[in-house]
Design a binder for this molecule. Structure first.
Ligand SMILES: Cc1cc2nc3c(=O)[nH]c(=O)nc-3n(C[C@H](O)[C@H](O)[C@H](O)COP(=O)(O)O)c2cc1C
Length: 138
């Protein structure tokens, strides 16, 4: 059984809703899903999913998520990684920048990051589940 680590940050709960749907989509994988405040280690997982909404001016949350991600990203080389997050008025620039960063870290990025506008609808939750299921299949 594959082991999956899901780490998220969410100010108002939108990315957290995505994370919960993603866990459902992981099916029978052994999933550990934690808020970034727990600062989990990368040790011992087959796949990694990181979620953070667009904050500031098209950046990751600078209070908690950015420091955590900066601390672990050197360890992402060669690892299977998927990204997700909610956004508001932008066009997803924070996610495009994050994708480029993860690739530069040497990670094997799954498709493009999944972005959902504001609070996920039921259809959006299904999209999250399918995204996770597809990631589990690679
Ligand atoms: C301080 C602040 C900064 C934000 N900056 C952006 C931004 O640059 N681009 C964008 O598309 N949305 C921005 N948003 C909107 C959030 O990304 C959006 O509301 C998202 O759904 C929040 O998800 P969360 O509840 O998981 O944190 C910002 C929201 C706040 C409160």
């Amino acid at each position: 059984m594959q082991k999956v680590l899901v780490v998220y940050w969410s100010m108002t709960g939108n990315t957290e809703i995505m994370a919960n749907a993603i866990v459902e989509g992981c099916g029978d994988a052994d999933v550990t899903c934690v808020n970034v405040s727990e600062t989990p280690s990368l040790d011992g997982y087959d796949k990694y999913m990181f979620g953070c909404s667009s904050m500031g001016d098209e950046v990751l949350d600078e209070g908690e998520f950015e420091p955590y991600f900066a601390s672990i990203e050197a360890g992402l080389a060669g690892k299977k990684v998927a990204l997700f997050g909610s956004y508001g008025w932008g066009d997803g620039q924070w996610m495009r920048d994050w994708e480029a960063r993860v690739k530069a870290d040497g990670a094997e990025l799954f498709e493009t990051g999944l972005i959902i506008n504001e609070t996920p609808t039921d259809d959006d939750k299904e999209t999250c589940k399918k995204f996770a299921a597809s990631f589990m299949a690679v």
